[in-house]
Design a protein around this ligand. Structure first.
Ligand code: K2U
Ligand code: NI
Length: 184
């Protein structure tokens, strides 16, 4: 079971590395890792379990955050319509995205960052993501809003990018042009 001691923090070189593609079909070891990641995200959203094991709530997790430099992410998030998007994925890839951007009005956080980094993080409003599930199925997901933001945050981790790399240093609260904010 993944707990906070397994999550590496900024400054650790793995967070700045480009993670390796996972050879498919996935090995039992890679499947076990991805299962433990989605289990962390789901458990972290259960107040009793989170309290019991001291888990910081998350809506996503990328393998580099547990010092595994492989292209695996786990996302478990409900969108504004109440639709649950729960996806452990191997080799996720953004294959297309909207021109329109959005950003979380409260900014972003990260399980690997133990400090507040204020500022707007510009994201694409819509993304289309492909990837492979734990059952070995290739999926194509069309996402909008918070699920789209989470996928971008997690796929950034696979490329060594942290959310604050996107914040405008001169004016952190400069909203991206023509972007509509998303209340979190
Ligand atoms: O990758 C991570 O560190 C997990 C982040 C993902 C994330 C943060 C902000 C915006 C999009 C994705 C954690 O989920 S941070 C905690 C959190 C919990 C609920 C809502 C937003 C952020
Ligand atoms: Ni993060």
């Amino acid at each position: 079971m993944i707990t906070m001691k397994d999550i590496i923090k900024e400054g650790h070189p793995t967070l700045r590395a480009v993670a390796e593609e996972v050879p498919l079909p996935a090995s039992d070891e890679d499947k076990a890792t991805l299962r433990s990641m989605i289990e962390y995200v789901i458990s972290s959203q259960n107040p009793e379990i989170a309290e019991k094991y001291g888990l910081r709530p998350g809506i996503g997790l990328a393998a580099p955050q547990i010092n595994v430099s492989k292209r695996m992410i786990a996302i478990h998030v409900t969108d504004e319509k109440g639709t649950l998007h729960s996806y452990p994925l191997f080799n996720p890839k953004i294959v297309s995205h909207s021109i329109e951007q959005t950003y979380l009005s409260g900014g972003e956080g990260c399980l690997s960052v133990d400090r507040d980094v204020p500022g707007y993080v510009p994201r694409y409003l819509r993304v289309t993501v492909t990837g492979t599930t734990l059952d070995g199925e290739e999926v194509k997901l069309r996402l909008k809003g918070l699920p789209a933001i989470v996928f971008q945050h997690e796929i950034d981790h696979l490329n060594g990018i942290m959310f604050y790399d996107h914040i405008n240093q001169e004016n952190p609260f400069q909203a991206p042009a023509d972007a509509a904010p998303l209340e979190r």
